[in-house]
Ligand binder design. Sequence first.
Ligand code: AQP
Length: 345
Amino acid sequence: MTAAATARFSPRVFSGIQPSGGLTLGNYLGALKRFVETQNAGIESVYCIVDMHAITVWQDPAKLRHATRELAAGFIAAGIDPERSILFNQSQVSAHVELGWIFTCVARLGWMNRMTQFKDKAGKNAEAASLGLYAYPALMAADILAYHATHVPVGEDQKQHVELTRDIAAKFNHDYGVEFFPIAEPVIEGAATRVMSLRDGTKKMSKSDPSDQSRINLTDSADDIAQKIRRAKTDAEPLPEIPQALEGRPEARNLVNIYAALAGVSPEQVLADFAGQGFAAFKPRLAELAVSVLAPISAEMGRLMADPAEIDRILGRGAERAEAIARPILERTYEIVGMVRSRRA
Ligand code: AQP
């Protein structure tokens, strides 16, 4: 963010994940792992399980409840401390939806028509997609701006939505002659900003991909992880010496990037260690590494999921803390827009 656009806002991070299925390695490397780093760097962080976004595509209610709790367990198992960070589910803080409506009235149809994720998710049958799926980015802008968040760590796929959030904030500030909302910055860093499907290196690894073989789930057993990596699509060439030589080899590049992100090293370093070796040698090492990182997270998720009441308590407490930040910002927004607010609290 430019210094001018955010100078008067203290740094605050907001990010969210949808409980639209189990967590994938893509969510872990592109989001969760980085959330933990941000929290540990001491930056005030608000993390949201965006259940209202999840229902833009129909969700089975029992599965949605389970996925929400499992996602909370995933956040905590990955290292989010609900005392230091604020962790809650979106539907418990109505400020998101209220501000979302105001932003639905600020955002322009032309802007929404350019959102590539809607085109990808709605596919050829856009007429049958929900209105919510189309309007989703306005709610996402509200998620971020209800906290006056200045930084939004996301994977590459969400960059366009954070840019739309900036446009909405700027238009609101301009239309009402205020400097009320910060122009939040997407933070897209690391070797795994876009983890690709194990079956198709040109497609994002996604929790809603119909093929379970396309992704590694955080709840997969060690055997499943090893088997999925063994079967991952690759080519017959050995690994090259430099990342540039992976051009035109999306599957190979993906596995190298995954290795680098899991090991916390650069892709250059991975290739320095594996150049000249084929996938028969590389895949077992990658599987071993993935299991060593994910097995403790998966075990901790299992332990937390044994006590859903405690998870609900954590989410409830997080929602109260989130509300305490978002409600005054929303009330001020109502005032700016010209709503009469005469009800006694
Ligand atoms: N493959 C990925 N690589 C890197 N980052 C990723 N993220 C998701 N997939 C990858 C990041 O995870 C965060 C949460 O994403 P989300 O669940 O809110 O929505 P999404 O991006 O639509 O993720 P999915 O897994 O593809 O969900 P479905 O299948 O429900 O659409 C975001 O920061 C995202 O960038």
